[in-house]
Design a protein around this ligand. Structure first.
Ligand code: AMP
Length: 266
């Protein structure tokens, strides 16, 4: 991995991805491009952040296409290690406290240990001055921010907005798993998030009742709602009453596909 450091000169930015690049990833790459001399994009489907029953084996992979897209968006260096290079043996684990206890972390045990460990390794391998992550994965952003603070990692973090399809569905590499019918239904998740986002401007609104109404509306369409909740954006602690800047987070299963999304209150 030493050659990675040699390949970077000047201010270096890193955009970590699991490949299957879409416009969401590319927006982060373009943003990073403006802020550095050397831009590294990593492509690594990280086995340690997938649970045993999850989609690691069928996760979409197309390294040639990803390399072309990343280069066209401004990447100077692609880092696409094999699992054996990253994990030659059972690995030491970086385990962030508290933030992973809820939401994605509670439903996907070990997921954020895998994320924190691989991101910490990528930071050490690439030594970036700046790393950019997508707010689409809000809890992941909070976990990484906390890891950087707790471990005094010398990297600046930036977070990019969620890129959506024209009908509002957040772009995700997993959207390709959706059947045509479920793809048609999926934008309802963002519509319900927006509905609550607008309602929560009104003082005295019964936020818990509205969150429940939204979850029930999605369930009525045949979705299984893992959570649809109001949280503080910084550390994702639950809120019963909205505070400006809070986020509404959702995770929904549709067919065999799990989708997550969030919106932030003004
Ligand atoms: P992934 O390949 O899913 O691990 O995602 C790599 C990075 O892209 C993460 O920082 C994600 O949060 C970000 N990302 C994924 N989807 C989107 C999106 N729709 N808009 C913006 N960023 C995204």
């Amino acid at each position: 991995m030493r050659e990675m450091r040699a390949a970077t000169t000047g201010t270096t930015a890193l955009v970590p991805t699991m490949g299957a690049l879409h416009e969401g990833h590319l927006s982060l790459i373009r943003e990073a491009r403006k802020k550095c001399e050397t831009l590294v994009v990593s492509l690594f489907v990280n086995p340690t952040q997938f649970g045993p029953a999850e989609d690691f084996n069928r996760y979409p992979r197309d390294e040639t296409r990803d390399a072309d897209l990343a280069s066209a968006a401004g990447a100077d260096v692609l880092f696409a290690p094999s699992p054996e290079e990253m994990y030659p043996r059972k690995t030491t684990v970086v385990s962030v406290k508290d933030i992973p206890d809820r939401w994605e972390g509670a439903l996907r045990p070990g997921h954020f240990d895998g994320v924190a460990t691989v991101v910490c390794k990528l930071f050490n391998i690439v030594s970036p001055d700046l790393a950019i992550f997508g707010l689409k994965d809000l809890q992941q952003c909070a976990v990484i921010r906390r890891m950087v603070e707790d471990l005094d990692l010398p990297v600046e973090l930036a977070f990019g907005p969620t890129v959506r399809e024209a009908d509002g569905l957040a772009l995700s590499s997993r959207n390709v798993y959706l059947s045509a019918e479920n793809r048609r239904l999926a934008p309802a998740i963002y519509r319900e998030l927006q509905r609550c986002q607008h309602l929560f401007i009104t003082p005295g609104v019964d936020a818990e009742a509205e969150l429940k109404n939204s979850a029930e509306a999605l369930e009525a369409m045949g979705m299984a709602v893992d959570y649809f909740d109001l949280v503080s954006t910084q550390d994702l602690t639950p809120r019963s009453q909205p505070v400006p800047g809070d986020s509404i987070i959702a995770a929904v299963r549709l067919g065999g596909t799990r989708l997550i999304d969030n919106v932030q209150l003004a």
